[in-house]
Design a binder for this molecule. Structure first.
Ligand SMILES: Cc1cc2nc3c(=O)[nH]c(=O)nc-3n(C[C@H](O)[C@H](O)[C@H](O)COP(=O)(O)O)c2cc1C
Length: 236
């Protein structure tokens, strides 16, 4: 036997080290999860993530949220829960009426802004109609999504990206005006997330600073059609 000639304490030390390693590995996998369940278990970051229905009976009060709204620039890497991620995306761009219209207003109801959710495991595109996230790029691209260190550790960064093709039927709207409308639409969406975060004990900051060229590369976006408008970091 390999432990013959060794003291019983040596064997105990090896056993303790082995158990510690297993605990570290298990703990590490939870810590590095992009999203967790309420119980802290990692959510499978597959091709599609089905989001949860928002809790419309949540007691977070609007005046409380307004009084707490502020920008934060210090984050831990602690993952958000699926409930929180679901409600953040619904607050930004979710469908809230039977006519398909959304939580945030949009000029001419054209909804030119797509929200991408940047996690440590990948970038996901939010699909408002199905309330799902679909994988757009595997891997940790938080570096591309920001120019400030806090965003590289935060569990979630949102990218608001405009699709100018949504204005195709509106030739009277100039290119300059389209850009302005997209910025205004994105600002409304981001403010919804600001208030959700403030009302639910989460930190956030709206950001104009993004390495957009890197984002376009990663997401393979044609810059004649798509334009990054705004970003937002959310976490704890
Ligand atoms: C369009 C826009 C872009 C912003 N860009 C950044 C940014 O890139 N980085 C950052 O740290 N804060 C950014 N901010 C946050 C502002 O600095 C912040 O709102 C301001 O200092 C007021 O502080 P408060 O939000 O805590 O009230 C941005 C805010 C807006 C509305």
């Amino acid at each position: 036997m390999f432990w013959q000639g060794h003291k019983k304490e040596d064997y105990r030390t090896v056993k303790t080290l082995f158990l510690s390693l297993i605990i570290c590995l298990l703990g590490g996998s939870v810590m590095s999860a992009s999203i967790t369940t309420k119980e802290g278990k990692p959510v499978d970051m597959g091709e599609t993530i089905t989001l949860l229905k928002p809790d419309l009976n949540s007691t977070a009060g609007l005046m409380q949220a307004l009084s707490k709204r502020q920008s934060d620039r210090e984050y831990t890497s602690e993952p958000l829960t699926l409930e929180q991620v679901s409600e953040i995306l619904w607050a930004a761009a979710g469908v809230n009426r039977d006519n398909g219209k959304r939580t945030a207003p949009s000029a001419l109801a054209l909804y030119p802004i797509t929200v991408y959710a940047v996690f440590a495991d990948g970038i996901y595109k939010y699909e408002p109609d199905s309330h799902k996230l679909t994988l757009a790029a595997r891997g940790d691209h938080r570096d591309a999504s920001a120019m400030q260190d806090f965003a590289f550790v935060a569990p979630l960064n949102l990218l608001f990206i405009a699709d100018f093709d949504k204005y195709k039927a509106h030739a009277q709207i100039s290119a300059e005006m389209r850009k302005m409308l997209c910025g205004q639409d994105a600002a409304c969406m981001a403010e919804n997330v600001c208030l959700y975060a403030a009302g639910n004990g989460l930190k956030n900051v709206v950001r104009g600073s993004v390495k957009w060229d890197k984002v376009y590369d990663v997401l393979k976006l044609d810059t004649n059609r798509y334009c990054g408008v705004l970003a937002q970091t959310i976490g704890k």
